[in-house]
Design a protein around this ligand. Structure first.
Ligand SMILES: [Zn+2]
Length: 188
């Protein structure tokens, strides 16, 4: 790609799975234009929509793809990473004890306290606001009578993607809207 001197920065492509749903919603699946062109040349994706912007070399010109779809379906049943972000996402960015969505105030609670042998795992970590976290402290859930709305569990990628759809990305290229819009309509 070195000869493509006029290629712009930015111009990411929205990546759709083979079923034309975004590969992931939150974060929205985006590839750099470099990765996207590589995938086009390797015949791994179909180009669905393009930018006006072209990349040029003396022997070659091509409009940059703005939306591509994978030729092979990626299965979402694989296990997502156990990250802070993904725990928040699983729990809808809401305290699982009182329901508050005050993002600045959210933290993590060990359902079974660490002092009672509770582990830091999908099955034992829940999103909680600081006041609830403090109130529960090192006590067992049944002692304080605090039970999460949703029992802590290992989510799959599909579940996290479904949750992520509730959080629209901040920026969408205009040619991306159709795919997000239609998908939302079909699932409503
Ligand atoms: Zn709370």
């Amino acid at each position: 790609m070195q000869q493509l001197r006029h290629a712009p920065d930015g111009c990411p492509a929205l990546v759709l799975n083979a079923d034309f749903r975004p590969l992931s919603y939150f974060p929205l699946s985006l590839w750099s234009w470099q990765d996207t062109l590589k995938a086009v040349f390797l015949d791994r994706v179909d180009v669905i929509a393009e930018y006006e912007t072209e990349v040029k070399s003396p022997s070659f010109a091509m409009r940059l793809p703005s939306v591509v779809s994978l030729k092979t379906y990626v299965n979402h049943s694989r296990k997502p990473a156990f990250t802070r972000f993904n725990v928040f996402l699983r729990d809808g960015f809401a305290c699982q004890y009182c329901g508050t969505k005050d993002k600045d105030n959210l933290t993590f609670d060990h359902f079974i306290p660490r002092s009672k042998g509770g582990k830091t795992t999908w099955q034992n970590i829940v999103t909680a606001c600081s006041p609830c976290n403090l109130r529960k402290g090192n006590k067992m859930p049944h002692v304080v009578g605090m039970h999460p709305f949703q029992p802590p569990h290992q989510p799959n990628m599909f579940e996290l993607n479904e949750k992520g759809r509730a959080f629209p990305p901040n920026y969408l290229h205009h040619s991306w809207h159709d795919y997000l819009y239609w998908d939302a309509e079909l699932e409503a």
